[in-house]
Design a protein around this ligand. Structure first.
Ligand SMILES: [Zn+2]
Length: 59
């Protein structure tokens, strides 16, 4: 996924089996993803947000 702050960075947080830390991904019946816990880009733009039902919630 692209960083939602608009910096264009690709976030490599995703869901590789056996990788820690990892994020739990839930997809609701409408196909909207929810990630837990929050995503924190620790270098670059420092974006920190949740993804809930496909919507970005900034921290
Ligand atoms: Zn960013």
């Amino acid at each position: 996924m692209r960083c939602p702050c608009g910096c264009g960075r690709r976030l490599e947080v995703m869901l590789l089996p056996g990788v820690t830390p990892r994020w739990d991904l839930q997809v609701d019946p409408d196909g909207r993803p929810t990630l837990h816990p929050s995503i924190w880009v620790q270098d670059g733009c420092k974006a920190h947000f949740f993804l809930r039902s496909g919507m970005v919630e900034w921290c």
